[in-house]
Design a protein around this ligand. Structure first.
Ligand SMILES: [Zn+2]
Length: 207
């Protein structure tokens, strides 16, 4: 099951305090894994790391919204389920790109991956036709390719992005000599899809 608890945060810019329901634990039971690395499940809630102050609208990372003094929680607790309070939902990440809230390459990668997943949301339906990426989505993917390294996870994401862009030969080249038992199934599926010149994001069948 997914558990939540109220957590208090304070805005580093205007000092406004607010509480939201933070996720305590979640798991991947019954979840669907996709070729782009996105996970969707009834008990899966990976809350975003970026927050927006409900008062002054400043954007910051979760570790920047630290409260120095305990506050009067009653009003704040009453608003914990307010949709405006809490982590910024993934669907808003494409717009966040314009504000470039990154502190360093890791944060930039995080925001760009979330924006990639958000862009793929309408493409996840089983009967959806793979639509080409629009200019903003395309620009994000090119920037993300620049940020990806040589780890197995990064190589898989690089291959998947190239495949979804229709750059099938480059996708296959990235997967040459790919050797990671845990990620073998995904790598094989991405390779097969690229060989069939299929560019849509796909769910990974459970073993
Ligand atoms: Zn604020």
């Amino acid at each position: 099951m997914t558990t939540y608890f109220p957590e208090r945060m304070c805005c580093p810019r205007c000092d406004h305090g607010f509480s939201y329901m933070a996720v305590g634990s979640f798991n991947t039971f019954g979840a669907t894994f996709y070729t782009d690395g996105f996970i969707e499940g009834p008990m899966y809630d990976d809350q975003g790391r970026l927050f927006r102050c409900p008062q002054c609208r400043a954007i910051g990372w979760n570790d920047e919204f630290i409260c120095e003094e305990p506050g009067d929680d009653e009003d704040e607790l009453a608003a914990v389920f307010d949709g405006e309070v809490g982590p910024i939902p993934m669907r808003e990440y494409p717009e966040l790109l314009a504000e470039a809230p990154w502190r360093g390459p890791d944060e930039e990668k995080y925001v760009r991956i979330a924006a990639f997943w958000a862009a793929n949301m309408p493409r996840r339906a089983p009967d959806s036709q793979p639509a080409p990426f629009n200019d903003d989505e395309h620009r994000n993917l090119l920037a993300l390719l620049d940020l990806l390294g040589d780890s197995s996870q990064d190589r898989l994401m690089r291959a998947e992005i190239l495949r979804e862009m229709g750059r099938f030969e480059e996708c296959l080249a990235v997967l040459v000599g790919f050797d990671d038992t845990e990620l073998e199934t995904v790598a094989r599926l991405i390779r097969e899809l690229a060989m069939g010149r299929e560019r849509g994001v796909k769910p990974i069948a459970a073993e």
